[in-house]
Design a protein around this ligand. Sequence first.
Ligand code: AKG
Ligand code: FE2
Length: 277
Amino acid sequence: MEFNDIAAIIDLDRYPLHQSDSVAAKSLLSLGRKTLASDALFSMPGFVRLEATAFMAAELEARLPWASRYESMNDAYGYDEDQWPEGHPRTARSLFRYHQVLNHQISNDSPLRKIYCWEPLREFLRQLMGYETFHRSECPHLALTAKIAGEGDTDGWHFDGNDVVFSVLLRAPEQGGQFEYVPNIRTDAEQNYDDVAAVLAGSRDFVRVAKLAVGDLNVFQGDQTLHRVSPVVGNRKRIVGLFSYDRQSGTNFGESYISQLRRRTPAYVPLHVAAEK
Ligand SMILES: O=C(O)CCC(=O)C(=O)O
Ligand SMILES: [Fe+2]
């Protein structure tokens, strides 16, 4: 199967984003805006065709030996200069452990990159978010990536440092690896540490489990919504493609994070050399 044509990758009958004046595209925008406001997560089921997801999952899994390996106990809030007393939810740590295939390890003709570079998708997402400008990231490492989670791999509870994440699930594990989240548990004005502490301590009271299926495109606002990916169970890996955009053009990720990422990445073997092995 060749994936030269975007119609072979994205289900354009269901999601005619290239016809921005169509009733389908307009109603998708209004549904998406409403859903994001109430739930922080908007999924478009069956966005990517299943034959294409299987192709991309295999392509990405073949890059695993060169992928960056992340393994660390982190708190949910990211870097912060303040000191917090022991027992405070800002000090609670959970495990983050996965492989990440980096932008420069994903070939230019990968269907995943074709989705990311498809202009009608970027324009649709700009309108969905209500931003005036919206650009693909130009980071050589993190613009387009894929996280691959094997047995026991997980993303611990956290808030994202950026406003919004776009992902497409390419392969689901046998069990576990579920996206769990507590919509808008905090606001700009109120950190709501009591409820955050309860979730970090294992309470399931407010936790939602997203019913993500292979091929779904997900728009997720993770800055106020505590979330995690539960540990993967079984041999089949969870593979998710992640698209990075920014309101400003020419953005790169911070140099200190990128140099850590480089240290965690095995020596890079160019694709043509790898293919000859
Ligand atoms: O793997 C996912 O579905 C989302 C991972 C996540 O929360 C993140 O990359 O910040
Ligand atoms: Fe996240």
